[in-house]
Design a protein around this ligand. Structure first.
Ligand SMILES: [Zn+2]
Length: 466
């Protein structure tokens, strides 16, 4: 991972390598500014006029995970074709795990408990249609995705001199499906058209075989009116079919193939004619995110999911959330992508509600008024060194505080209970996220190499575990 660097006045500078960061720290010219993501602060100078190269944040928004990549881009012009090639050098990879599910469940639970408690108030006149939702309202679980993603973009922008943002906005580009000659060689050769069309068809036909409804199986593109009988390549004549159905159908027209299944035939023909009306309706949060990111001082460019997939396959890059983000928008070459991903899990900042409820919505117990105990708060990252007793050892992880001062620490190996606050030291304050590196415990595919040299922060007295 690249190390983020800021100057004395906290102005972002170009990220540097781990080796360089280590040298700066050892020579005393810099100090650790933040542990996760690892950032250092130059203490001896203000760098006002240093040369900054264009750094871009690339985002692949998803429902459960959002991939975020920080890349350094360089452009070169192909002398023969005159085409501008964009080369992306990967600096950092992040994977942001959302908690939309938990938010939605918590709100449902609260609603049901209130309903249960208030059911006794039968004398109260019902309140009816007395709420309006503002324009552009999103459900809290969806709004949270937009908020956390834009918060992380803002956070990265405080640590690196970002000059642009690229976001995957839609699954497929409708214009490119119908008019493949819009621009570029890929479109003329029809390869990228194929990617956009495939994404479109997957969406339109619900990712299953149109004839038998088989899911999670390799799907072929099938010409409803067969090509050999003069059927066209137009999108309305294409459907998805599993391999057995595709072979069984062969070059027969759909009417003969579905001779004895009239209702399936009717459905396929009707669905083929109906275009997928609003491709963006399924992507409401992506548009909300786009609006949230635009107008913040850096240009936001967008790409389609089809283009992302095309880039990823062309460059031979495996599919992970973060690496998908690297391939968003124009990316003709990608270097330095074999590196660990920082997994960021949205954990929230604890409960606002101070009453714990039982299954029926009645109070079961109460949380502390104060969130802080002995200067610690649930969610802080701590290092505990226990010198003696049953729990002797050193533990690093997320702390959960108790009023008694006896804490639990969630380490990567598991929970350690009953550690006294006297042994704990804060390494990073709670910020609503949990962190882990995705190259541990074989969480990354085996073909990805481990980083050559982990940051030897331990030598400098900083914990290596994050
Ligand atoms: Zn089938």
């Amino acid at each position: 991972m690249a190390v983020f660097v800021i100057d004395k006045r906290k102005k972002p500078l170009m990220p540097c390598s781990e080796k360089r960061a280590r040298k700066l720290l050892e020579s005393g010219r810099a100090r650790v500014h933040r542990l996760v993501p690892f950032s250092i602060r130059i203490t001896d100078r203000e760098v006002s006029n240093s040369v900054l190269q264009p750094i871009k944040i690339k985002i692949d928004p998803g429902s459960k995970f959002t991939g975020i990549a920080v890349v350094r881009e360089s452009e070169s012009v192909d002398t023969e074709t005159g085409k501008v090639c964009v080369k992306a050098h990967v600096l950092s990879l992040f994977e942001l795990m959302h908690r939309g599910r938990q938010i939605s469940e918590a709100l449902t639970a609260r609603r049901q408990m209130r309903r249960r408690r208030r059911a006794n108030l039968r004398y109260r006149a019902p309140r009816f249609l007395n709420r309006t939702k503002p324009e552009g309202w999103l459900a809290p679980s969806l709004q949270h995705r937009v908020d956390t993603t834009s918060a992380w973009v803002a956070r990265i922008r405080r640590l690196a001199p970002v000059s642009g943002i690229a976001q995957e906005l839609v699954r497929f580009d409708l214009q490119k499906i119908e008019n493949p000659e819009i621009k570029g060689v890929e479109y003329q050769q029809g390869t990228l058209k194929g990617y956009e069309a495939r994404e479109y068809l997957l969406e339109k036909w619900g990712r299953k075989c149109a004839y038998c409804g088989a899911k999670d199986t390799p799907l072929n593109l099938d010409h409803i009116h067969p090509k050999s009988k003069g059927g066209s390549d137009r999108i309305a004549n294409l459907t998805l079919s599993c391999v057995p159905c595709n072979q069984k159908k062969g070059a027969r027209p759909v009417e003969t193939f579905l001779d004895n299944k009239p209702e399936v035939l009717r459905r396929v023909l009707a669905q083929a004619k109906r275009p997928l009306k609003d491709a963006t309706a399924v992507n409401s949060t992506r548009w909300a995110l786009f609006n949230a990111l635009s107008g913040k001082g850096v240009p936001v460019i967008t790409g389609s999911g089809g283009l992302t997939k095309y880039n990823r396959v062309q460059l031979g890059i495996p599919k992970t959330h973060a690496l998908d983000a690297v391939c968003v928008g124009q990316a003709d070459a990608v270097t330095n992508w074999k590196k660990p991903t920082l997994s960021i899990k949205a954990t929230g900042r604890g409960s606002y509600q101070r009453t714990r409820l039982d299954a029926f919505g009645f109070p079961r117990g109460y949380l502390m008024r104060e969130k802080r105990v002995q200067g610690f708060q649930t969610g802080d990252r701590v290092k505990a060194v226990v010198p003696e007793g049953k729990k002797t050892g050193s533990y690093v992880g997320r702390v959960a505080v108790r009023a008694t001062g006896s804490f639990n620490i969630q380490t990567e190996q598991g929970v350690v209970q009953g550690i006294s606050h006297r042994h704990c030291k804060i390494i990073q304050r709670a910020d609503g996220y949990g962190y882990s590196q995705l190259n541990r415990e074989g969480q990354l595919p085996a073909f990805l190499p481990q980083p050559a040299k982990p940051l030897q922060a331990a030598r400098l007295g900083y914990p290596t575990e994050i």
